[in-house]
Design a protein around this ligand. Structure first.
Ligand SMILES: Nc1nc2c(c(=O)[nH]1)N[C@H]1C(S)=C(S)[C@@H](COP(=O)(O)OP(=O)(O)OC[C@H]3O[C@@H](n4cnc5c(=O)[nH]c(N)nc54)[C@H](O)[C@@H]3O)O[C@H]1N2
Ligand SMILES: Nc1nc2c(c(=O)[nH]1)N[C@H]1C(S)=C(S)[C@@H](COP(=O)(O)OP(=O)(O)OC[C@H]3O[C@@H](n4cnc5c(=O)[nH]c(N)nc54)[C@H](O)[C@@H]3O)O[C@H]1N2
Ligand code: SF4
Ligand SMILES: [Mo]
Length: 873
């Protein structure tokens, strides 16, 4: 009998694609409005993601298994004790945009209503908090006023601070589709880096770091000068315009001055401004290049100001569109998961505090905002936080100045970590670890970028004693209530019960201008909840603000006067972000061979010319050290040239963590400078030192697990057939440092550039050896093709194949992860097999014919040949 398929959603990015899944297959859900069946490369690899190398199965206290009852007793006891001895603010939670709405709701309720402190913050602080603050300042509520459907109706799409082709690939496919359907639709990309997204644009503005406020203030001035304002809309629906007009009168926003300051040509800036002003329907989509900045909130408001002034908001095909990072960052914002929100889009004004307490009937209520993530971990280090519960986030990797986070956790009295694996970097610092049920094993609600709430549903049993996060919180909640001698606020028997209570709380918004109101669902039945279909809020209108009435008490949107910061970065500066094929700190994607093949080791990208000025060579290690504050730790990474980076801009991914490349995690060098309003870290612009390092030995080991000497630099990659460890050391590695196990035999070769050791184990036949490992060491970086070496593992040892790999060089770069197609193969297909179109390439190599995430790269290679052909003609 066929196993029933369950409708659920992808657990990665905020596009919120629907998937249909059972234990045999996971595919896109054609009925889900977010993706209509499409999935990107990460979504297509969900099935492989489930085979995690290690799952946390039981609660453990100081490494010893204990029962859930003991674990939750201990947590409740510790929290109670801390409240009594040090006050409610000595307890904190640090949660995540990857937990479900029900998990989030009970965690927020526990902290704000029962512990009585707002010291609950979330990794959304690192992700969306600048956009949240900009929305609240402009609209009076954290509302994204755009739907995905608007993309199809726009005349101009501006992607600013977003590498959408890699980070929201299914949405990017919708953008590409809209361009195919409407050749007049223009795409502008604004990013200091020439990304794969930027390569697709009609116009790429490679602005200086943090030049965004300047650019959008200049745009506002241009709109004023060109009489391109929507005065009717400004009068009827906004306030504060004149203050912003005063600001943009300043000389620095004159077109020529903006162009000069941002290192753009006059023509580039004028083209963008003209398009924005002439095109009727404009969407500005923004993400971390906007949010993760010292001026992140102001950037958001500068964008919103331009849309308000031109009336390009609240209409189909128009508006500022903050792209959500994590699958349920939006749901977290709805429940009030940030330390400066109370609940259901309410803040800490007296009225909201009273209404929430009344609804919860709780013994206490937090009456003021709590500590934001960076401040929270500073308070932990200062000994002010005695109990800290971390859930579904890996802050020792993802927070800036991460060595400080490690120090803080080491010194904290009691740290609880809820995770799906004990191999997450943060678990090492826990006194108590709680096994969480993961994606596919737990259920609840998530809200995507366009405010659409979908159900995640379980289709697998949770392993061992793993339990959903909401359940763990309610167990602690019940026990804490009995210690506090109050009525339990945590008697939920299901996710549906939690959701009903949450929906009921939002009734406090019913008679206000706030749009977030799910009170209609306050008595939804278990069955209706189980059968829930994707639903957008506000429930009673097509999209927010179509009536020109905003969420502020006056109903008017607010212009916020914002001033451009200085954009100059002196010296080398480090920009960080994402790769197409990895998810955050790699716990869910690091083990998937086809995803790991994209960037195989920690890599620092730099412009070739700039690199040469300081003697950096491709393939060699560089040392990167932070200089902005105490985040002066040094990491090593392999140098790769990227001419999409200009001047002294460096780029490194945020992903390297754990055993995959934890020594090289970039946040050890990233300073903890934050936006003064949102508290969001400026991850995209750290001042750093970079220099070439003289490694004495470079090495690769492929094969069965064995002890290797600990090295100054190392990384670990799982390939289909074997694991690959790459390393480099400041001192020379000697042959004697490598030993073999019992029953194994060693064969050594001296190579022109170093030496090679092949390890074999005797099998049945006395003559026959099976290869169990291959080790290569050289004073220079090794260029051998690792896939040729992994192919030897487990095979009979033959001299000819071994010798051939010694000379086999890797010269290609993976383009299509789904079908493992490299740039070399694509080039050969074009040069030698005469492929001239995408169709021909796909019928030959299949590249890009599954998820399509690599299509921008495939098209880029095709286009480069077309350009050559044109210039020859
Ligand atoms: N593959 C993959 N996809 C993901 C994720 C993942 O881990 N992997 N994570 C998800 C999450 S949580 C998030 S938040 C999103 C993030 O999605 P994005 O924001 O699209 O991704 P990032 O790579 O962080 O950064 C975006 C771009 O900002 C640019 N930038 C840097 N400084 C500036 C500046 O001053 N101005 C402008 N205009 N641009 C600048 C960078 O060069 C970079 O290309 O991705 C989501 N999707
Ligand atoms: N330098 C730099 N740093 C950055 C960024 C950047 O651009 N540059 N981006 C920032 C942004 S936008 C973000 S969103 C953060 C992301 O950073 P993190 O949130 O720290 O990254 P993840 O790897 O997603 O961590 C999720 C953790 O939860 C665990 N987990 C998975 N599912 C569950 C579950 O159901 N329950 C529980 N309890 N645990 C689970 C995973 O194993 C993992 O350990 O990084 C931020 N850090
Ligand atoms: S775009 Fe990719 S990662 Fe994002 S939700 Fe869709 S399938 Fe998942
Ligand atoms: Mo994020």
């Amino acid at each position: 009998m066929a196993v029933k398929k369950i409708q659920t959603t992808c657990p990665y990015c905020g596009v919120g694609c629907g998937v249909v899944a059972n234990k045999e297959s996971i595919v896109g859900d054609k009925q889900h409005p977010a993706n209509l069946g499409a999935l990107c490369v990460k979504g297509s690899a969900l099935k492989e993601s489930l085979a995690m190398p290690s799952r946390l199965l039981y609660p453990k206290m100081q490494g010893k298994e204990i029962s859930w009852d003991q674990a939750t007793d201990e947590i409740a006891q510790r929290i109670h004790q801390a409240i009594q001895m040090h006050g409610p603010d000595s307890v904190a939670m640090y949660v995540s945009g990857q937990i479900l709405t029900e998990d989030y709701y009970v965690a927020n309720k526990l902290m704000k209503g029962y512990v009585g402190s707002a010291n609950i913050d979330t990794n959304s602080r690192l992700c969306m908090s600048s956009a949240v603050a900009a929305h609240v300042r402009a609209f009076g509520e954290d509302v994204v006023p755009v739907n995905y459907e608007d993309i199809a109706h726009a005349d101009l799409l501006v992607l600013i601070g977003a590498n959408t082709a890699w980070t929201h690939p299914v949405l990017f496919r919708q953008i590409q589709q809209a361009r195919e359907n409407n050749p007049d639709l223009k795409l502008v990309v604004i990013d200091p880096r020439n990304t794969v997204t930027a390569e697709q644009a009609d116009l790429h503005l490679a602005i200086e770091n943090d030049g965004d406020v300047s650019l959008y203030n200049g745009l506002l001035r241009f709109l004023i000068d060109q009489n391109a304002l929507d005065e009717g809309f400004i009068d009827a629906s906004t306030e504060g315009f004149s203050e912003q007009v005063e600001e943009v009168k300043s000389e620095q926003y004159r077109l020529e001055n903006v162009a000069r300051a941002l290192n753009l040509t006059l023509n580039e800036v004028t083209t963008f401004y003209r398009w924005f002003s002439h095109k009727a329907k404009v969407l500005t989509l923004f993400c971390q290049g906007i949010n993760q900045s010292e001026s992140g909130v102001d950037k958001g408001n500068a964008i919103i100001n331009a849309h308000l002034a031109s009336g390009k908001i609240g209409k189909q095909g128009c508006g500022p569109f903050s792209l959500t990072g994590q699958p349920n960052a939006m749901g977290g914002r709805e429940v009030g998961g940030l330390a400066n929100q109370l609940a259901v889009h309410r803040g800490f004004d007296t009225e909201s505090v009273r209404l929430v307490k009344e609804y919860w009937q709780s013994p206490s209520i937090a009456a003021k905002p709590g500590l934001k993530a960076v401040d929270l971990f500073e308070a932990v280090e200062a000994g002010k936080i005695k109990v800290l519960w971390i859930m579904a986030t890996n802050p020792v990797v993802s927070l800036p100045n991460s060595d400080q986070v490690r120090r803080a956790l080491k010194g904290c009295d009691f740290v609880v970590v809820s995770d799906i694996t004990e191999q997450s970097d943060v678990a090492e610092y826990a006194d108590l670890v709680l096994p969480a049920a993961g994606w596919g094993e737990k259920q609840g609600m998530v809200t995507n970028s366009e405010r659409r709430m979908s159900r995640q549903r379980a289709f697998l049993p949770a392993p061992g004693e793993a339990k959903p996060d909401w359940w763990a919180v309610t167990q602690v909640g019940k026990k804490l209530c009995s210690k506090l001698n109050c009525e339990s606020g945590f008697e939920f028997d299901s996710e549906a019960a939690v959701f009903r209570e949450f929906a009921g709380l939002s009734a406090i918004n019913t008679n206000s201008n706030h749009l977030f109101d799910l009170s209609k669902f306050a008595s939804i039945s278990d069955e209706e909840y189980a059968n829930w279909q994707p639903t957008q809020w506000p429930l009673d209108s097509e999209a927010p603000y179509r009536d020109g009435v905003f969420s502020t008490p006056s109903g008017k949107a607010q212009f916020v006067a914002v001033t451009a910061p200085s954009t100059v970065m002196n010296g080398w500066w480090l920009n960080t972000g994402r790769l197409r094929d990895q998810w955050h700190t790699m716990t869910r994607t690091g083990h998937i061979a086809k995803l790991a093949a994209g960037e195989v080791e920690p890599t620092i990208y730099v412009n070739k010319l700039s690199a040469e000025t300081i003697g950096l060579q491709e393939g060699y290690c560089a040392a990167i050290r932070g200089i902005s504050d105490e985040s002066d730790s040094c990491i090593f990474a392999k140098v790769k040239f990227d001419d999409g980076l200009s001047g002294k801009q460096l780029f490194m991914s945020m992903h390297w963590a754990g055993r995959y490349g934890g020594q090289s995690q970039v946040n050890r060098t990233v300073s903890s400078v934050v936006d003064p309003i949102s508290g969001q870290p400026a991850f995209k612009s750290s001042n750093v030192h970079i220099a070439a390092v003289q490694m004495q030995s470079y090495g690769i080991y492929v094969g069965q697990e064995r002890d290797l000497p600990s090295c100054d630099y190392s990384s670990y990659q799982l390939d289909d057939n074997a694991a690959v460890t790459r390393f480099a050391n400041l001192t020379k590695l000697d042959k004697s440092m490598f030993s073999v196990g019992q029953g194994e035999k060693l064969f050594r070769w001296d190579l022109p550039q170093g030496w090679m050791m092949v390890i074999g184990r005797q099998t049945g036949n006395q003559q026959q050896m099976t290869v169990t490992g291959v080790l290569l060491i050289s004073p220079q970086p090794l260029e051998q093709d690792y896939t040729a070496i992994t192919a030897l593992i487990g095979k009979p040892l033959s001299l000819s194949s071994i010798i051939s790999i010694a000379g086999e060089k890797a010269q290609s770069q993976l383009v299509c992860s789904c079908f493992r197609v490299t740039d070399k193969q694509i080039q050969t297909a074009i040069e030698e097999d005469g492929c001239v179109s995408l169709n021909q390439l796909q019928s030959k190599l299949k590249c890009g014919s599954n998820c399509g995430s690599c299509l921008p790269e495939v098209n880029k290679i095709l286009k480069s040949y077309q350009t050559i052909a044109v210039s020859k003609a």
